[in-house]
Every structure is written in C-alpha cells, then in structure tokens.
Design a protein around this ligand. Structure first.
Ligand code: RAM
Length: 925
C-alpha cells in the first residue's frame, strides 16, 4: 500500500517536472525562432559539402515585435543531441551585432566526412531573446586528394575510336561494373564519385540520383568536382553490384576549338569510393581499381554534347548493374593513379537536374515525320514514348524555330549535329530519354516510328535541364510584351545555366563566355537563387586566370590562346562587385580580390600611357555597323581604356570594403589617371568623342564609368541624346553598350527615354524580337524577322541571355527594388511610374527575407504596396503631388514608429520604413 502511494507520488512529481519542462521549452516570452538556416552561399543541410570553414545565415520571422536583430548566438556540435547545452565544436557566445548573414565559423577544425549540427538564436531590437532555431546540419565530402584510395579507371576508348568533326576523337560510351559481397548488414553508406567525362551511377540496378551530366564542367587541369551520395538504402547484406555509365561530356568530348589546357584526348575515366559502415562495427571500402570490368558494346553507342546520342536497344543488358549479372566476358579496365596537381573537391554548387517538364502544344505531320511544338524555346532533352517496329531507327531532330515553309531551321546549330537516334529491338512502344547530351529547341521532329499509328502529343515531353536552383524573384506588369520580355529573360537564364553560365545552349559552342556572363550576372541574381552557381564559376575563373593576369575568353578555357579581351575579362572585377552588392558577403570579395588585382595588372600591361591596346570583341554585334564587322564601330582602344579605369575603380572599392587603405588609394589613383588619359585621348573640350568613331556606346562607357571631368559631363550627355535622336530614338548598342543604356539615361534623369527605348517595337529593340515570335532572348536584335527571315549569319543563337541584362533595370527601377547597401540591408524602393504601364510588381528573396514592391496607377491615384523584410531598413520614394494627402494603410499619414516622412520632394515623398507590410496611397502629379 505504502509502496503504491509512494510510486504515485513519484509519478506525480515526474509529471509536474515534465509539464514545467514543456513550459520552459515553449516559453511564451521567447520570440519566434529564426528560420531558413543556410550555410555559405545558400546551402540547406548539404551532404558532401565543400567547405570546412562555412559561414552561417538565418532569417528573422516577420513578426510585429521583431524589426531588427541586436545580438545572436550560434552553436555548433558534433551531434544533434549535444545542442543547445553542450556545443562541443563552437559556441559563438552572445555577440552584439545586427549581422544575420555570412557569419564565419570559428570553431574546432572540421574534417572530411564529418557531420556537423548547428542552431542559432537572436535577440531583437529590445534585447528580447528568441527560441533556439531548429537544428540544421551539414556533412563534409572528401576535402583532400589524400582522402581518396580509389584510382581512375576506364577502358581505353581512344585506341579504337575514330576521329569525328573537327578531327576530335570520338570515344564510345563505356559501361563499368563491379560486384561485391558484404558479410553483414550496413548502417551507413556513402558513395564518393567523379569522372573525367560525365557519368551516371547505379547500385543493384537502382539509380543513385537524378543528377544529370555530373560532375559538371570545371577547369579540369586544376580542379575536378566530386559528388557524395547517401546510398545506405541501396545496399544489401550479401551480394551487391555497382555500375557506372560513362561518356565524354566536356572533358573528352568535342568542344569548339578543341584545344583545352587539359588533355581531352584521354579516354573518359571514373573515380569512385564506396565507404560502408557495417552493423558489426567494422568498415569496408569498395574503390574503383583494376578489379572492375567494362565494355563499350552496351546500348549507348554514341554520346556527344553537341552531336546527340545513338541508343541501340538490341544491345541492352538487363541487370548489368546487379550482382546476378555475369561479366566474365567483359574487359579488364585500365587504371591510372591520381594526379596531385589536379585537386578533387566536393561540388560547390547544385548539380544539373530535370527541373520542369513541357508538353507539346501542337503537332503537325509532314510526310513520314511528325513535328511537336512546345511553344517555348528550352534546353534539355526529350522523353519520347513512341510506337516502333523492330529494327527501325527513330530519328529525333531539334530546332529552335521553323522556316516559313515549316521546315526545320538548323543552320544556327552550325556543326552541332544535335540529333538523337533510337534503334528498336522489338515491335511496340519504346521509351527513351537521352542521357549524356542536351539540346536547345522548341520543336522536336520524330521520324522512323511505326507509321501505322497516329501520332499523339504525349509521344514527346520536354525535360528542362539546368543547375538545381530555385526561382528567387518575380516581375510582372500591366504590359503583355514586357511580361513576355521577363519570361524570355527567365528562359534565357534557365537555358544557359547548365552547370556553367553559357553564351548559348544549342550550337557547337555552349561555352562559359566571360563577356556574356559579365553583363547578365546581376539580372540572374534577381531571378534565381544562383549565388552558389556564380561563386563556383568564379573559382573556375580564378583558376583559369593566366600568370600575367589575363582571363581567357571562355571559362573553363577551351581555347588556350592566352589572351584576354576587354569587356570580357572584366568579368573578374565586375561580377565579384555586382554580386557582392546583392549578397553583402564580404568573404566573396576576399576570395576574388587577388584575381581583380591581377586583371587590373593585365590591363596595365596591355596599355601604353594608360591607353589600352588590349584585344577586344568590343561592342559585339552592334546593329547597323559601319564597318560590317561583328565588333561594331566603337573604338577598341576606347573600350579597353574605359574598362581599365572601371576595373581599377571596382578594385579600389573592394579594397575599401576589405579595409586595405593603401591599396584602395593606389587603385583610386590609378582609376583617376586612366580616366584622365581616357578623357584627353577620346574627348574634346565640348564633351564630344574625338579621334574615334562617335557611337552611343562611347558615350555610355564614359558616363557609366564616370570617366569625364565634371565640366564635360553634361555635354557628353547631350551628345548621347543627340546620337539617340539621330537613330530615331533607337539603340545602336551591342553586348557592352546595351547593359549601360538604362542606367546612364536614368542617372541623367532621362527615365522617359529609357521607357521609350524599352517599349520600342521596331528594330533594334527588345520588343522587336518579341514581335517576331521570340520566347527567349536572341543573340542578335534581328536574329529573325517575319519579313526578311533568318539572319544570314550562322552565328545566330535564339537563346543568348546577354541582352536580357535589361532585367536589372526592370526590377530595380520599374518595380523599384534596389540595394542601397550591399546585401539589401538597406533597401531603396523607388518605382519609376510611366506610361504605358499602369501597374508593376516585383518580389525578391534577399538574404534577409522577401522584399516586394507592387504599384498601381488608376486615374491619377497611385498605390504602392511593399514588404520590407526583418532586420533591414527601407527608403521609399513615393511618387506624389506632395500638396495632396498621403495615406498609409487607408489612413491619413502621420509619422509612426515604423514609418517616418523624411522629406517631401517636388514630386515625391521620401519615407523611412522599418520592416513590415504597408500600403501607401497618393495622388500623382
Ligand atoms: C560568340 C559567343 C559569345 C560572344 C563571343 C565574342 O561566339 O556566342 O556570345 O561573347 O562570340
């Protein structure tokens, strides 16, 4: 009896304690916890992470009592159960700071394979603490070459290969396999893998991942990226097998020029290491080595990025990647040791995946062929499900557009064959998706199918392939063509962000052209979550930089001619700076600062008395060139000198952020000296171009990069306006001038003129291509016209993002969201409201959370709805007749804690706004 009541008492006390404990965990006084915990350039709980010194970022909740952060604390532990009380790797302690992004890890050194757990809390503006965040984690990949016990393996496909187009060796795709036996069940398994070439791996017949074209395209002579997969669920106790399909990809495939710094004639190879932890406490590692077997007479007989695939289903070997398969007649592989001059590093951005599927909207039959129209120019592969007859070959052709007579326009693929073939081994429906190639297309043509069957739309699906990032911003307006332009910009991005930023995705090029990247970077940062994409590619740019500072034309370098081009190589200074402005990540500038300085040194080397002599693609594809050249009419020396000054200035700004005072002064002085030389050499006393052809772009460069003395500036602006007038208010700019137009005119107060150019319908203009049916941005202002047909040049990509750089101005000025300080900690919301627009809105995920601006003008009444994310601050310029009333959330405005009227300008209110959601209304002037 006594015992029972005693027990009851204990239970009662336990219950009470538990109850009190629960209360303690959900303390009502604690603020809502931080969310969206990310590490480094935006990774969420990554596996096989690349960096043992990550940074931490989080977002504050959008709550009434949370406007700003006054302090934070980060905890890092080797096990989740140690948090929050026993963080054994790092406890930042309470740090008084409003910084909630890019905070550097400063704890115990981390090792390859280590799994790390972390959480964070913040204190708000009133010093109130939040709850601890959820626990996030990351697991490091193999960080050093020494971590690899595996060897490079593969068949010698160079031996019996033929030479194809451009005399390039055509390597047959390989199938490689290894069976192994385990004495016990496993508790964890990691597969570390990469290739020289591109691979697809399966274990026991199951696909390890849905990644495509891995490991991607890096400077293979310096760095090859590796992938890490958790394959615990794929491995059984007892018999297992691993199978790898391997093709040339970018490493040993055909690339324009075919002269890479790495030896691209070598046969593709794979490197893989499967690390297993068994239940009995032991570990086991299966590595690629001489015990593997391989063949080249599997179904995939041919696979090239430019040229397509040949798949012969007669050669299918069911179960080849399972253990029941007999590989006794397969060949032994060749083995090569690791080369320690090439570092193996975990992939530092997202792999390529099938991100979307498009269904054909129309089909047309033409003789023995059927054409599927996806009504959207896209990049990827088709999935075909087609009835066939045994022995027949299905031919799959692609085109971005049709000729007026309905035939395929493929001249612009140039030497890229871009065709897939499937050979049927039996009658009936086949299903096939190409694996080691990709195409740029809107139309798919099938021939060779069973013609007794009626073609149907579901025979083809377009799989849209790009690096696995998400949308990051939106833009929409009351104008259909402007919305189409936005859509074309976004599709240009999707199509050309397939592991590296490319010029185009369809012809025999698809390379990391630096100039194109330089102009499109900022726009891409608005539309997509591509910080890691750029950080990764910039590492390749650093690696590709030559000893004298030259940046190759394309990165990875596929030409090896060791010279840089002005406006292209300046990607080395412009992209670090512009991306820093959008992220606020100082570490990114630190990483790239040496490269910036080296590039400026190259400018110095290529100039005489500060006037540039550098080679340049110049104002590439300027319309109506007088000299009939692709490089346009603007002087190469003028362009080079302008970029020299600009790069020096950006380097000075970077030095300033990094606290390098002396270097800041040095580069500022250099910028001023070059600007002076520029002015003297190219401009007369009246701010007019002298000694060189007078072009819109020469004025744009001088004004955008601030290269003229004060007294000449206004005249130069007038001269630019005159040049525009001479061109009947149309642009005459190519790749370098176009991205500067909007900003320069805007800074001059000529927003009306920007609207004029942007809404122009006639050639050359953005809407011109839309009027001709464009669903992506084109390489040329007149790649195609309804009256004149295709541009006769075969260099005529219909998916080339460069002119999409106008997006930056659309988001920052039409919708009006711009960073006032790097990383959007201070935001400017200042929409430029003009006819023919009646409304526009944009939203953007900044490092602090979502900012949005949405305006509407109805009969002189202007309404602006905004969201300002927590831990930021916004200056809002509200267009208005300031003699009239201003409303906030429907009520007459007067200063609140959150919104203060800073000034009334003649036609706008300037408001200072704390985080939150607001609706302002005014009467327009
Ligand atoms: C073309 C590319 C690219 C451009 C260079 C100069 O071949 O497509 O867009 O930057 O030339």
């Amino acid at each position: 009896m006594f015992k029972k009541s005693y027990l009851k008492g204990v239970l009662y006390t336990l219950n009470t304690l538990l109850f009190l404990g629960l209360i303690a965990c959900e303390n009502q006084d604690e603020l809502e916890r931080p969310n969206e915990l990310l590490i480094s350039e935006g990774f969420e709980n990554p596996l096989g992470f690349y960096d043992a010194e990550p940074t931490f970022s989080w977002k504050l909740p959008l709550e009434n009592n949370v406007t700003n952060q006054s302090a934070y604390q980060i905890l890092v532990a080797s096990n989740g159960s140690l948090l929050p009380n026993n963080a054994d790797l790092w406890d930042s302690g309470k740090v008084e700071s409003s910084q909630s992004v890019w905070i550097k890890y400063a704890g115990e050194a981390l090792q390859s394979r280590q799994k790390v757990y972390w959480q964070v809390k913040y204190w708000n503006q009133d010093g109130e603490a939040s709850q601890w965040s959820a626990i996030n984690n990351f697991e490091l990949g193999l960080l050093n070459n020494q971590d690899w016990k595996a060897k490079w393996i593969g068949l010698n496909t160079a031996k019996d290969s033929v030479r194809g187009k451009q005399n390039v060796l055509i390597h047959k795709p390989q199938y490689l396999r290894k069976g192994f036996e385990l004495s016990d069940e496993i508790i964890a398994a990691r597969l570390y893998i990469t290739s020289k070439g591109v691979f697809d791996v399966s274990i026991n017949g199951e696909n390890v991942s849905d990644d495509v074209m891995s490991p991607g395209f890096t400077t293979y002579d310096k760095r090859i990226e590796t992938l890490t997969y958790d394959v615990t669920d794929l491995i059984d106790s007892g018999q297992n097998a691993i199978g790898v399909e391997l093709a040339s990809g970018w490493y040993s495939g055909r690339l324009l020029w075919g002269t890479t710094p790495w030896d691209n004639s070598i046969s593709p190879k794979v490197l893989c290491q499967l690390e297993l932890q068994l239940k009995n406490g032991s570990t086991k590692t299966i590595i690629s080595d001489e015990t593997w077997k391989g063949i080249t007479n599997g179904p995939l007989q041919f696979a090239e990025i430019y040229d397509g695939e040949i798949y012969d289903s007669n050669l299918e070997m069911s179960d080849w990647a399972t253990n029941s398969f007999d590989d006794s007649d397969w060949n032994n592989v060749e083995v090569a040791q690791l080369d320690n001059t090439v570092t193996l590093k975990p992939k530092r951005h997202s792999t390529v995946k099938n991100k979307m599927e498009l269904s054909p909207k129309k089909i047309t039959q033409k003789d023995e062929a059927v054409i599927f129209d996806l009504e959207q120019n896209m990049v990827g592969v088709p999935r075909v499900k087609v009835p066939m007859k045994k022995g027949d070959t299905l031919k799959i052709r692609f085109a971005e557009m049709l000729s007026p007579d309905g035939t395929f326009y493929t001249d612009n693929y140039r030497s890229a064959h871009s065709t897939d073939y499937y050979i049927a081994s039996k009658d009936g429906d086949i299903e096939y998706t190409p694996k080691f190639t990709f195409h740029g297309f809107r139309y798919v043509e099938l021939s060779g199918y069973d013609t007794s069957k009626k073609p149907s739309k579901d025979w083809v699906t377009g799989l849209v392939l790009y690096s696995d990032f998400e949308d990051n911003g939106t833009f929409t307006s009351s104008h259909e063509k402007l919305n189409q332009l936005q859509s074309n910009i976004v599709w240009g991005l999707r199509g050309n962000f397939l592991d590296i930023p490319t010029d185009c995705p369809q012809r025999d090029e698809r390379l990391g052209w630096t100039g194109d990247a330089q102009v499109f970077g900022p726009t891409s940062m608005f539309n997509a979550d591509v910080y890691k994409f750029w950080a990764s590619w910039l590492q390749s740019v650093r690696e590709a930089q030559l000893e004298d500072g030259a940046i190759p034309w394309t990165v990875p370098d596929t030409r090896g001619n060791k010279i840089g081009s002005s406006g292209w190589g300046d990607v080395a200074t412009i992209i670090p700076w512009k991306i820093y402005m959008r992220t606020g990540d100082v570490g990114f500038l630190e990483d790239n600062y040496e490269m910036m300085k080296n590039w400026v040194a190259y400018h110095e080397k290529k100039s005489n008395k500060h006037i540039s002599n550098m080679m340049s693609f110049s104002d590439w594809l300027q319309p109506y060139p007088e000299n009939e050249k692709n490089t346009g009419d603007t002087s190469r020396n003028l362009i080079g000198t302008a970029f020299f000054a600009h790069s020096a200035q950006l380097t000075a700004q970077t030095a300033q952020v990094l606290g390098k005072k002396e270097e800041q002064e040095k580069y500022e002085a250099l910028y001023r000296t070059v600007a002076e030389a520029f002015d003297k050499r190219f401009f007369d006393e009246n701010g007019k171009v002298k000694g060189a052809t007078e072009t819109q772009t020469s004025y744009l460069l001088a004004l955008a990069f601030d290269l003229l003395p004060e007294r000449k500036r206004e005249n130069a602006q007038l001269n630019l306006l005159r040049k525009l007038k001479e061109a009947d208010y149309h642009l005459r700019t190519g790749f370098l001038g176009t991205p500067l137009l909007s900003k320069v005119l805007d800074d001059m107060g000529e927003v009306d003129m920007v609207y004029k150019l942007l809404f122009n319908e006639t050639y050359p203009s953005w809407f011109y291509s839309i009027n001709q049916g464009a669903t992506t941005i084109w390489e040329r202002w007149n790649s195609y016209s309804k009256t004149e047909g295709y541009n006769p040049m075969s260099m005529n990509s219909l998916n080339h993002y460069a002119y999409g750089a106008i997006g930056e101005w659309m988001y920052e000025r039409i919708a009006g969201i711009a960073p006032l300080e790097a990383g959007y900690k201070f935001i400017k919301i200042a929409p430029q409201v003009r006819e023919p627009l009646h409304s526009a809105s944009a939203s953007l995920n900044t490092p602090y959370g979502k900012v949005s601006s949405s305006w509407e003008m109805v009969e002189g009444k202007f309404e602006l709805e905004i969201v300002v994310p927590p831990n930021t601050f916004a200056v809002v310029i509200m267009p208005a007749n300031t003699d009239e009333e201003l409303l906030l959330n429907g009520k007459t405005f007067s200063d609140t804690n959150d919104v203060k009227l800073e000034q009334s300008h003649k036609d706008a209110y300037e408001l200072h706004v704390q985080p939150g959601t607001y609706i302002f209304q005014s009467i327009a002037k």
